[in-house]
Design a protein around this ligand. Structure first.
Ligand SMILES: [Mg+2]
Length: 371
C-alpha cells in the first residue's frame, strides 16, 4: 500500500524549503503516506481510495475544523502545535462521550506557496498526538486553496459505555476537571505578541516583562496545545460513575447550560469553587481584569464537566487522583427550568452564559470576554 518515493521525488523532498506548489500533489502525498504508520484496527490505511478499519460494537464519529483567521493565525501557532491541537479538540469530543479515540481522517486545504517544511511540522504534531492517544491516521485529502488554510479532522472512536449530555439528575454534583481560564488568557497573550516556539517553549513575552515568563508559557500552552483528560472519562464511563458529561470547548457557562437543556434540569454553581487557573488569575489580576469571568466564560479549556451522584463523588475523585487530574466540585444540578444560577453573598442570582458563538464572533474577540 505504501509506495516509496521515486528518486526524483526524493530529491525534491530533500529541500523542505520548497513550496508544495513546486512539489506537486502526487509527490506531497507520497511523502506524507510514507510518514504515516498503520495502527491497530487498520486493515487498509492511507493510500487507497478509502481506508478499511475494524470497529467495535459502537463507533463514535466527530469532526472539527481549524480555519486560519478564524481559529488560528499562522504567526501565532507553530505548525507542530497546530497539528497537535487539531487532533486534541476531537479527542476531547470522543472523551466527552466516554469513548476511546481510534482512527482519524485529516484533510488539509493549503495554499501553493506553503512550504514542505510547514506541512512536515504540521504532520509532526498530528503524528505525535496520534501516538500519544493511541490512534491511527488512516486517510484524508489534500486540496489547494487561495484562501485560508484549513485543517479538518474527522475522528472515529470506540464507545461501549456512552456518556451523554443528557442524563444529569436533580441532586447530582457538577464536577469539573483541570483548571479553567488559561486558554482564553493565552489567546489574549497571543494578541499582545507573546509566542511559543515549535517545542512549546516561550519565545517572546509580548507586552509583558520577563518576570511573567512562567504564567505566560502556561497560558500559551493551554491555548495552543490543549490536553483533554480523555483517559479519565473512559474510566468513569466504564464504571458507570457519571450521569452526564460534556467537554468544555465553548466556555464553562455555555457548556453547562447545554447539559441543563439536554437534561431538563437547572444548575446552581458556587463561583468560589471554580478551579481558576492560577497562572491565568495572576496575569488577569495584574491587568486589573476579572479572572472569574475568564474561567466562567473563556472557552477552549478542553476539560470535562460531569454530572455525578453525590454518593459517587468520592469514587470519581479517587479515579481522577489516580490519573493525576484535578477535579473540582463546583455546584449541583437542581430541579427547574434549564438555566444556570450562582450563589453569591446576597443569595442566588442568575448567571447569563457568555460562551463562544461561532457565527457571532471572530478570532480574538469571541473567545475572550471583556473583564
Ligand atoms: Mg464537544
Amino acid at each position: 500500500m505504501l509506495r516509496s518515493c521515486t528518486e526524483a521525488g526524493e530529491r525534491a523532498l530533500s529541500d523542505t524549503a520548497r513550496t508544495i506548489g513546486e512539489l506537486g500533489e502526487r509527490a506531497l502525498l507520497r511523502h506524507l503516506r510514507a510518514r504515516i504508520p498503520a495502527g491497530e484496527g487498520v486493515v487498509v490505511g492511507v493510500g487507497d481510495d478509502a481506508a478499511a478499519i475494524t470497529t467495535g460494537p459502537l463507533t463514535l464519529v466527530t469532526t472539527d475544523v481549524l480555519v486560519e483567521g478564524t481559529h488560528f493565525k499562522l504567526e501565532w501557532a507553530p505548525p507542530r502545535l497546530l497539528g497537535r491541537k487539531a487532533l486534541s479538540i476531537s479527542i476531547s469530543d470522543v472523551a466527552a462521550m466516554g469513548g476511546i479515540p481510534r482512527q482519524a481522517v485529516v484533510s488539509l486545504c493549503l495554499r501553493p506557496e506553503i512550504t514542505l517544511e510547514f506541512v512536515d511540522a504540521l504532520y509532526d504534531g498530528l503524528l505525535e498526538r496520534a501516538a500519544e492517544a493511541g490512534l491511527s491516521i488512516v486517510g484524508g485529502n489534500l486540496a489547494s486553496t487561495t484562501g485560508p488554510i484549513v485543517v479538518d479532522v474527522t475522528l472515529l472512536g470506540h464507545g461501549d459505555h456512552l456518556l451523554r449530555r443528557k442524563g444529569a439528575l436533580p441532586g447530582d454534583r457538577i464536577a469539573v476537571t483541570g483548571m479553567l481560564g488559561a486558554a482564553a488568557t493565552g489567546l489574549r497573550l497571543l494578541a499582545e505578541g507573546a509566542r511559543l516556539d515549535a517545542d512549546g517553549a516561550l519565545m517572546a513575552t509580548g507586552l509583558w516583562t520577563e518576570s511573567s515568563r512562567r504564567p505566560i508559557e502556561r497560558c500559551l500552552r493551554a491555548q495552543l496545545d490543549p490536553a483533554p483528560p480523555w483517559i479519565l472519562a473512559r474510566s468513569l464511563a466504564e464504571q458507570h460513575l457519571v450521569h452526564a458529561a460534556i467537554d468544555l470547548s465553548d466556555g464553562f457557562s455555555g457548556d453547562l447550560l447545554t447539559v441543563c437543556e439536554d437534561s431538563e434540569v437547572a444548575a446552581l454553581i458556587d463561583p468560589a469553587a471554580l478551579p481558576i487557573d492560577p497562572h491565568a488569575a495572576s496575569l488577569t489580576r495584574a491587568r486589573g481584569g476579572d479572572a472569574l469571568g475568564l474561567a466562567l466564560h473563556g472557552g477552549e479549556d478542553y476539560q470535562l464537566l460531569f454530572a455525578v451522584a453525590p454518593e459517587a463523588l468520592a469514587s470519581v475523585r479517587e479515579l481522577a487522583s489516580m490519573w493525576e487530574i484535578p477535579l473540582a466540585d463546583v455546584g449541583e444540578f437542581v430541579a427547574g427550568k434549564p438555566g444556570v444560577a450562582q450563589r453569591s453573598s446576597d443569595g442566588v442570582r442568575p448567571l447569563k452564559p457568555r460562551s463562544h458563538d461561532h457565527f457571532l464572533t471572530t478570532l480574538g474577540m469571541g473567545m475572550t470576554p471583556q473583564p
